[in-house]
Design a binder for this molecule. Sequence first.
Ligand code: PLP
Length: 376
Amino acid sequence: MRLSDLTTPTLVLDRGILARNCRRMAERTAAHGVALRPHLKTAKSADVARLATDGQAGGITVSTLAEARYFADRGFRDITYAVGFLPSKLDEAAALIRDGVSLRLLVDGRQAVAGIAARAVALDVDVPLLIEVDCGGCRGGVDPEGGDLLDIADAITAAPRLSLSGVLTHAGQSYHCRDVAGVRRVAEQERAAVVRAAARLRGAGYAVPVVSAGSTPTAVHAEDLSGVTEIRPGVYMFNDLDQVGIGSCADGDIALTVLAGVIGHNRRAGRILVDAGALALSKDISAGEFLPATGYGRVADLAGRPHSGLYVADVHQEHGLIAAVDGEPPYDALPIGARVRIVPNHACMTAAAYPAYHVVEGGEHVVDRWDRVNGW
Ligand code: PLP
């Protein structure tokens, strides 16, 4: 089967680029002497996870319990669920722990600890926890210098069925760095915060085996990871225009595209219409912070070669409107029914709409189909 045989819109994954991205990250982490616990929130696919964990200890990170169950059922038994945990979800998590999965959950407050502790007793299950540390991203997490860190550790260790596994942070602020020097500064903030939190806990008498950090930009550019035991990047497997803009990768390192069909020419507006709109591409325009003429994605041909200067300038639910940076878009080269591949702005958001990947190996032949787990 060829890409031109597929119904559009659909998701295309280049296995060669994916494997190269995975190999490079594995080499980077090995050079730093830390473990790689890839985050599967972007890929949500066991086939991708096998490549990402190749040569590693096998631990993974997830962002939903649906992912945790899906990966556990496919042999991934060492899982960190890296989103603040809600006690009401413990029934589902407990079922995984009872099935023998080594599952660590994340907390950043005493209330959550108390709720999880009560459910753990009721469900008769032992629950290992990580404390989330804020390294400057201002999302979840405690101040590494604040009193909450030790209070939460006290609460965890005082609870009958809970144990403290360590500390975890994610430098989301790396997504707003303009250059590599900026990402390197954030990578050091990330390292320093989580290592400091671990040191304070150890100073108070707690064992802290896990010191976990990581985002794709900081994992790519960190110069020093001393004191960190593992990193958890995720987007690097696919990469996207956002990562190109930040400087984490080159255009040729993007493994994910959306295959779309040309459905119209609007010569009055100077737009070529495709059947990949907001639902097929997402409305994430994060790459626009750094890259001009990116819109909702850049346009490539069926073989994945860039259509120079073409990008998705606007989207409606099912329509994408392609514009040219200069002048008119090439109506004759892209007649009704022609196929294009759209390079995504933010791979995690784009991939979320699809149940599977059509896998290619550098060309137009579909060599495989890999499923994904969506939902929560
Ligand atoms: N860890 C956590 C807690 C995250 O929230 C994320 C991404 O959102 C990651 C790791 C992976 O980072 P990235 O998406 O930059 O690869």
